[in-house]
Every structure is written in structure tokens, then in C-alpha cells.
Design a protein around this ligand. Structure first.
Ligand SMILES: [Zn+2]
Length: 481
């Protein structure tokens, strides 16, 4: 290591890196987290805008490191995919010339169109492959809000097969195939290492499919619990996997996953109080939360922190609830959409992150629901029905889920009490269709949460009415002036 380091050997940073190297820590991640803590300590001397920009660049670097890590660990030769895609591109572009003599101008048109059709080896398919588990959770939950479970099963091959002779695996089978026996967690796709993010998605999918007591789950459950336990560090924080990245998102995933498995409250699986105290230590002077103590407030991280404290039933650790609600409410832009941080563009996914927090804190009415609903609907693609991050962009399942969940939280999907009945418009069929409500703490339909008897807490200002979807949760009261 001395060869690549040309500074003083007694330099504190150099010593730290050598120590971590000998400990076998994932060095790039360790160095980037050291960079972030230097930026945080720098806040007294440097301009906050400058600091934030630096933090953002390091965050991008961490994202890129994570992506390269996954590429490196995917057991598939890259040269193979590159060559296949080049060869296919070349072949399909030349195909019309080969067909022309035999088929003439009209016959060649379908061939040139066919090459444009998206296929699983496309760029988009390849870059999202490691996210497959979360992708299934987003699309499944979005569809579950819109149509009853039997229909979800029918349309997505969730747990039963329409045709017994069909040997394609159901979604539930796929989830179990992604279990990584080495770590005890679930991977983002088959043959991938277990990670807490995908472990939560897998458990959420099983909860949605009503398959938590499937015999395969019963068999691996002790291993999954041991995996989550192994991720908690002495200060209460959680790593994402064995590589040691620490983030408040992972705390939420760990608490939520254990709670859904019925292994959190009253069980000695992890140190709940320490986990909650660590999260509380990530609250900033502006009321928001970052990815670790002192890191900049960000709406996504605020959701994971408030959600985790709610699941731990420790919302009493929150400081400045009113200030936090102000910070969240100020995220509404002129377009009606919400942004994740000051000075950023609005984006549909924040409809969920911000509204769910305001819902847990009893202040959803601080957002103009009609303006937000308008924004979300403007982001919907008229042709394929999906929702994009902002109007005119490409749609994806991630934003489609958060858009629908956001609409559900502002009550556009279900007005007044219970569900709104709307008529299905396809083919004059006069069956009635009802929407399910989404739970702001667990991000699952409310009936699933209630059926499993999951625990949670809401923090409401004095005299605030309790939202119907939160009626089973403990109530912590905060003072609102
Ligand atoms: Zn987004």
C-alpha cells in the first residue's frame, strides 16, 4: 500500500486505511464514508451550498462503486453479453437487405420494426437485473392497491398457476430461488449475494402473497433472522450486507423485515432501543434526517428514519416535530409536485416519502393534495398507463408505485370513509372495483398489515384526529403551537 501512497507514512488517514485493510473491510466504501464525515465536519468553515454539492458528488461516487461491485460479482462474462448485443444489432440491421430480394419493400418492414422491440438482453434489462426483487415488490404492491388479490394472482402469476402443466415458476417460487444460502439473506436476483434491501422486498412480497407460512419460509426463517442480527453494529446502526456500508435505510429494512416476520417486539433478536437511538442521532438542526449522523437531510432518508422509529414504537425520541413537518411541507413546488431537498426539481417518488412521514406525524393537510394529484397525473403516460418521475419522462415501475401510493395517501383513490367505488371502464363490464389503502409505515396494503397484526406508532399533534388507516397503532402526542 506504501507504493500507491506517496504522503507521510504516519498520516492519520493512511494509518486508518491500513488498519481497515488489515481488518478486511471493504476499502472503497470505507474511504468514501471517511470522505463524507470530513465533509460533515467541514460545515462550520465552508459555505453550506458548497458542502452539499461535495456531499452529493461523494454520494454519486458511492452509487457508482455499488454498481461496479454488482457488475463484478455477477457470475456472467461481460464480453459474452457485449458480443451478443453487438452481433444481434448488426444481424438485425442487415436482415432487411437479405430479405429484400425475396420479400420486396412491404415484406421487409416488419423485420426492421422487430429489431426495435425491447428484449431481456436490452440495456435497461441489464442495468436493472440486480434490482429484480424490488421491481417485483413495486409492481406487485402498486397492482395490489388497484385490484383485489385474486386478480393480482391471476395477472402476475403470484402464487398459483392458471395452468398446472405450465412450468414457469410463480413469483413466490422466484423469491425462494433468490435466497442466498451462504449469507442467509435474499439477493436482488438468482445467484446474487444476500442484502438487507432485497431481504425486505422478498419478505414484503411473501406478506402480500400470504405466503409467510409457506414451508420453505419456515425452514429458512432462522437463517434470515440470524442474517439481520449479524448486520447490527455496536452503536445500533445496520450494515446493508457483509461489505459494511452503513445507512439509515438499512435500519428501516431490518426493523420492518423483523416486524413482518413477527420477530421484533417481545423477541430478543436485535437491540431495538440502540437501533432507535442511533436513528434519532441522525436528526439534523433543520428537523430532517440524513443517511448517517450529520449527513444532509433528504426526504427519502426522513421516511426511513420516521418509519423505523414508528416500527420501533420510539417516536418519543423525535425532536422538533413541528420543524420537521415544516421542512417536509416546504418540499411542495409550484408545479404541485414534491422535491427531495431544497432547490431540487419535483419528482413523483417524493409524493410517497414525504406524504407517508406527514401521515405518521398527522400533518398531511399541510400539503395541497389537489395540486399534488394533478402533478402525479401529468406524469402518467397516456398510452401505457405507467407513471414517470416528471411529466414527459420515461415511465418505470418505481415511480408508478410511488405515484399510486402517493395518490392513495392523499385520498384521491378513496374519498370519504372506506373505499370509493368506481366502475371499471373495460368493455361495458359493470362489475365494481374497489381500491385497497396503503399503510404509510410498512408500505403494504392496510389489510395485510392489520391481518398480520403489525405494530407501529404515530406521533400526532394534540387533538389531531387519527387517520382511519392508522387506527391500530400506538399514539405518541407532540405539542403543536
Ligand atoms: Zn424519483
Amino acid at each position: 500500500m506504501k507504493d500507491v501512497y506517496d504522503g507521510d507514512e504516519n498520516d492519520a488517514d493512511f494509518k486508518l486505511i491500513c488498519k481497515e485493510f488489515l481488518n478486511g473491510t471493504h476499502l472503497p466504501l470505507r474511504i468514501s464514508s471517511a470522505m463524507r464525515s470530513i465533509i460533515v465536519k467541514n460545515h462550520e468553515y465552508a459555505d453550506p451550498i458548497y458542502n452539499r454539492e461535495m456531499d452529493e458528488q461523494v454520494q454519486r461516487l458511492v452509487g457508482c462503486l455499488g454498481m461496479s461491485e454488482r457488475v463484478l460479482r455477477t457470475p456472467f462474462p461481460v464480453c459474452f453479453t457485449r458480443h451478443t448485443s453487438r452481433l444481434f444489432f448488426f444481424w438485425s440491421n442487415c436482415l432487411p437487405f437479405a430479405l429484400y430480394p425475396a420479400a420486396g419493400p412491404l415484406g421487409t418492414l416488419p423485420a426492421s420494426l422487430a429489431k426495435k422491440i425491447d428484449n431481456p438482453s436490452s440495456y435497461e434489462g441489464a442495468v436493472t437485473e440486480h434490482l429484480r426483487m424490488s421491481g417485483i415488490y413495486w409492481s406487485l404492491t402498486a397492482l395490489s392497491i388497484l385490484v383485489p388479490l385474486e386478480k393480482v394472482d391471476e395477472r402476475m402469476n403470484l402464487c398459483s398457476k392458471a395452468d398446472a402443466s405450465d412450468d414457469t415458476p410463480t413469483i413466490v417460487d422466484f423469491v425462494f430461488e433468490c435466497f442466498d444460502a451462504k449469507s442467509g439473506g435474499f439477493g436482488g436476483n438468482k445467484l446474487q449475494d444476500g442484502h438487507i434491501l432485497y431481504t425486505l422486498s422478498a419478505i414484503q412480497i411473501l406478506a402480500l402473497a400470504n405466503a409467510l407460512d409457506d414451508e420453505r419460509m419456515v425452514e429458512i426463517k432462522p437463517r434470515v433472522i440470524a442474517f439481520i442480527q449479524s448486520l447490527q453494529l455496536d452503536d445500533g446502526s445496520f450494515m446493508g450486507d457483509e461489505w459494511g456500508e452503513i445507512d439509515t435505510r438499512f435500519s428501516y429494512c431490518a426493523l420492518s423485515a423483523l416486524s413482518i416476520l413477527g420477530e421484533l417486539h417481545g423477541k430478543d433478536t436485535i437491540d431495538i432501543d440502540k437501533a432507535a437511538e442511533y436513528i434519532a442521532s441522525c436528526q439534523n438542526f433543520d428537523g430532517g434526517f440524513g443517511s448517517q449522523p450529520g449527513a444532509e437531510s433528504h426526504a427519502g432518508q426522513i421516511f426511513t428514519c420516521i418509519g423505523a422509529l414508528s416500527i420501533a414504537c420510539r417516536l418519543d425520541l423525535l425532536k422538533d416535530e413541528e420543524l420537521l413537518c415544516w421542512w417536509l411541507a416546504e418540499r411542495q413546488c409550484d408545479s404541485g409536485g414534491l422535491n427531495g431537498r431544497p432547490e431540487k426539481q419535483s419528482d413523483v417518488c417524493y409524493s410517497w416519502w414525504i406524504l407517508s412521514c406527514l401521515c405518521i406525524l398527522g400533518k398531511v393537510n399541510w400539503i395541497r393534495g389537489d395540486k399534488l394529484a394533478n402533478f402525479i397525473l401529468k406524469c402518467q403516460d397516456d398510452e401505457d398507463g405507467g407513471i414517470a418521475d416528471r411529466p414527459g419522462d420515461m415511465v418505470d415501475v418505481f415511480h408508478t408505485f410511488f405515484g399510486i401510493a402517493g395518490l392513495s395517501l392523499i385520498g384521491v383513490l378513496h374519498e370519504k370513509d372506506g373505499v370509493v367505488q368506481i366502475e371499471e371502464s373495460d368493455g361495458g363490464d359493470d362489475r365494481k372495483n374497489s381500491y385497497r389503502k396503503i399503510d404509510p409505515v410498512y408500505a403494504l396494503p392496510c389489510d395485510v398489515v392489520q391481518k398480520l397484526g403489525l405494530k407501529g406508532q404515530v406521533a400526532l399533534p394534540k387533538d389531531a384526529p387519527v387517520d382511519e388507516r392508522l387506527k391500530d397503532y400506538d399514539v405518541h402526542q407532540w405539542n403543536s403551537e
